[in-house]
Design a protein around this ligand. Sequence first.
Ligand SMILES: Nc1nc2c(ncn2[C@@H]2O[C@H](COP(=O)(O)OP(=O)(O)OP(=O)(O)O)[C@@H](O)[C@H]2O)c(=O)[nH]1
Ligand SMILES: [Mg+2]
Length: 292
Amino acid sequence: MGHKSGFVNIIGRPNVGKSTLMNAMVGEKLSIITSKAQTTRHRIQGIVNSPDYQVVFSDTPGILQPGYKLQESMLRAARSALTDADILVYLTEAGERPDPEDPFVKRLKRSKIPVLLLINKIDLSNQEEVNEAIESWNGILPKAEKIPVSALEKFNVDFVFNRIIHLLPESPPYYPKDALTDKSERFMAGEMIREKILIHYKQEVPYAVEVEVEAFREEARLIRISAVIYVERESQKGILIGSKGSALKRVGREARIDMESFFNKKVFLELRVRVKKEWRNDERLVRKFGYH
Ligand SMILES: Nc1nc2c(ncn2[C@@H]2O[C@H](COP(=O)(O)OP(=O)(O)OP(=O)(O)O)[C@@H](O)[C@H]2O)c(=O)[nH]1
Ligand SMILES: [Mg+2]
């Protein structure tokens, strides 16, 4: 058997556990994870290498009905993942009722790409509910292989990984064998900051936030990172900073701890907050922030 390599794209609704699953497969925290829907905004690759294979996973934003420009870009990222895969992983939750009219499901049905349909979060479910879910998916996507998993508790994750290796086409590697992701260190640092904001703030603040890492300088003994957090309104700036800066300090402290563990080096992190009115619906700004 020759070398195997290919693209495995993970798609599904917001919050079903796509990023948790990719991180579990790759064995690194590449994608941020929070309990809030729409955590992931970009397509993020996670690469697993061995002498015999290279698997290029793509984590994608959850599939949603876009309400503003940023979400249009998020949906495009998820859609693109439907077509350029060797294997599709469609992640669902045990409690989710399949909708045969869902345009994504219809496209999956027509697709010639093999689909692994994973029923996630079974740790929160029971056998009966899982069986019902499998049965209803059997009626809609009969060819897809249905596998119950728990990405959080890593139940069946190895089994899914082995199925992926089995289905992977023979091919030389697409990337160098030490590659881990397509994203830069700056991007990773920005995501770590955004994760803490998603965790600590309520309602609309996390959704109105974008993080831009302006400087990332690696010195002999530490990395100096300076980032700007953009919000849409003055009121959000106040909430983000908190009384005497305490809320922002917490974000900085927790993000820095994650950065030090990810980059394996001491980090000096500087955060500033700026207002960019309605950036989420501004085509030019959305593009400037790296969304296509
Ligand atoms: N109980 C349980 N929780 C899970 C499991 N997998 C993921 N979660 C939780 O579900 C929430 C969402 O997980 P994510 O991995 O961020 O979900 P996602 O699909 O990437 O979400 P978006 O990026 O917003 O589309 C987090 O709170 C996870 O801890 C699981 O197997 N069991
Ligand atoms: Mg995600």
